[in-house]
Ligand binder design. Sequence first.
Ligand SMILES: [Zn+2]
Length: 199
Amino acid sequence: MFAPPINRLITELARLPGIGQRTAQRLAFHILRVSDEEALALADAIREVKETVGQCEVCFNLATEATCRICQDERRDGHLICVVEEPSDVIPIERTNEFGGRYHVLGGALSPIDGVDPEDLHIAELLERASSNGVTEVVVATNATTTGEATALYIADMLREKAPDVAVTRLASGLPVGADLEYADEITLGKAFQGRRRL
Ligand SMILES: [Zn+2]
């Protein structure tokens, strides 16, 4: 229907989460309408994040250096590690101001049906961190979904075995069941932190 370059742009935009075919078309026409400068700023921003943002070698959060800002911050409590599924989960927890420890990003949740096994996540690195650095508590803040809960239980079992002195806690209920952490408001999430319980 459109010239090949326009079709290509629409196809790429439609791959983005929450963007359907119609929205992709509308965005493509918006990009065609704006100045070269404005449109290419978007292309450059995408190129720049892909070229400069990587993973923290300690916690696997997003980082523009070898380690992320949280791992570099001396004021953060190294005895406390909060385990999350994705880097995007760190932001809502930071917004609650309830957590002053460090993070560990798993890179997803266990889901045997989708072929996600323990070795596909950063679980071995978590066990290593938890058993070697004077860590006293691991807060498991995976999502309140079936896969998130299964991951929490698996991690608790493994920690009991490999780092028996470390307390393993889970965020309190009150989080919307079946929902991603990303969408919880900071009051609910803050309360869930205060009421965390042993796993
Ligand atoms: Zn880090």
